[in-house]
Design a protein around this ligand. Sequence first.
Ligand SMILES: Cc1cc2nc3c(=O)[nH]c(=O)nc-3n(C[C@H](O)[C@H](O)[C@H](O)COP(=O)(O)O)c2cc1C
Length: 209
Amino acid sequence: MKKKLLHIIATPRGEESYTLQISRPFLETFRQKHPEFIIDELDLAKKDLPSLTVKSVSGKYVLLQGKDLFGQLKESWTEIIQYIEQFLSSDLYLISTPMWNFDIPYMLKQYIDLIVQPKYLFRYTKSGVEGLVINKKMVVITSRGGFYNTAKTQALDFQEPYLREIFGFVGIKDFTFIKAEGMDMGNEEMQKQNIREAISQAQTFAANM
Ligand SMILES: Cc1cc2nc3c(=O)[nH]c(=O)nc-3n(C[C@H](O)[C@H](O)[C@H](O)COP(=O)(O)O)c2cc1C
């Protein structure tokens, strides 16, 4: 059976995206090295993700009580379950995301709030929480307007720690972050150079996976 890489895109900037300028060459190299993989693209900016309304959010509490969804509630969760199944049926994840307000864009947060569900991505056991997404790797390609590479500025980066924490919570242990910083500092030469360096890092990483 073919393996699957799920490419989760969290920028609305399409062709203009700095992040995707790095992800595309990563994927080209990965495709050549791993023809056994299907690449499934989930462009969150083009999706109308379901909202957790008063009614549908109660599904989370049913699951938290260890029960199964039923009746109308189950029906209202059809789309959410489809996103969960797409995530769980993947072997490898690539997230392409800019930093927004020191963290991830809201569409990625909404996606996480939809898929991180008890019984599906994690469960409670006597010894605590157990992640159900096991033996899977995650690569995060990100670009940022500024720099977050000093002790002071690193503390403002809520994006990388959050992604490590939430996907670690559901069981992922193997993370690789590839970053291009200084995208919006008004220095085009430096910006292009930083993108080139991130592309080279991404291609080397993909070639050795
Ligand atoms: C809504 C919004 C919020 C942003 N917040 C930050 C931020 O907190 N820190 C930062 O360094 N850059 C910030 N940026 C700049 C982007 O991170 C930067 O331009 C990035 O490279 C864009 O990636 P993309 O072209 O793939 O969308 C923000 C951009 C937008 C549109």
